[in-house]
Design a protein around this ligand. Sequence first.
Ligand SMILES: Nc1ncnc2c1ncn2[C@@H]1O[C@H](COP(=O)(O)OP(=O)(O)OP(=O)(O)O)[C@@H](O)[C@H]1O
Length: 302
Amino acid sequence: MESTSAPLAQLAGVGKRYGATRALDGLDLALHPGQVTSLLGANGAGKSTAVGLLLGLLVPDAGHVRVFGEAPRTPAVRRRCGVMLQSAGIPERLCVGEMLALVRAGYPAPRSVADCVALAGLDGLLDRRYGALSGGQQRRVQFALAVCGRPRLLCLDEPTTGLDLDARQRLWAAVRELVADGSAVLLTTHYLEEAEALSDRVAVLAEGRLAAEGGIDAIRARVAVRRIRCVSSLPADTVARWLGVQAATRDGDALRILAEPAEPVVRSLLQHDPALRELEIQRAGLADAFLALTRPAPAEAA
Ligand SMILES: Nc1ncnc2c1ncn2[C@@H]1O[C@H](COP(=O)(O)OP(=O)(O)OP(=O)(O)O)[C@@H](O)[C@H]1O
């Protein structure tokens, strides 16, 4: 979905190095109200670095970062942001209820405790010590702390890692609710189905640069590969050698083929096997597109 509204937060031409490692190289990213933007990329692509810059935890070497039109990390900006990072740094001996009270007190119009409990699934956990909770329960508490201030900008760095299905779907519902209220959300995730379920926009990072950016459909359309499935007795290794076929495997009676473009391959299949049946052709999913966009370019022949 294209947004005509002004961005709530923006990275413009941002570069960041750690010693000899170039983590980000000229990254442009804009977060708009009422939208979830998913930042995708392989391990080490620069996602957490981008989140750290947006929150003012890191300082860029090049370019600039603006949040609500200001430099990040001023008290006024922080009161309008919610954050769930990979490492939470929450004191283990505090009770969940005490911690929620502390964090809620830092915001001008926080959610009620009951709302936070319902939104994050904290039933029965308020009197428990944080350090004594399971990993998934700790993630829920972190989410409650991130959303308790009704943030206009919410950054979630791999929020559902370690969450069970119920907790994951609760978190998705809570994110959708925040976005419907006009908040901007930046999500980093390795779960492509999560990006597909939640995002309005996707930005794919590869080696610190933007490999693609746009709506989910636009990202999928960047990749012309199609998945073909049919019931056929043709040998998979023969089909795998046809022009345009990237892979062909047998799955019981069925042949599964990745092809680009699909039409000539379908013509050949029908020509070589008149008994072929149950032909299905699917467009690439986000996972196919992601792999194609982040695959390193083949080395130039010497
Ligand atoms: N504090 C640091 N010191 C040195 N190098 C770092 C530091 N933090 C990150 N890097 C390097 O910067 C690059 C980008 O790291 P970053 O954590 O932003 O990636 P990421 O996309 O979030 O990865 P992941 O999916 O594994 O969380 C990597 O090469 C990483 O090794």
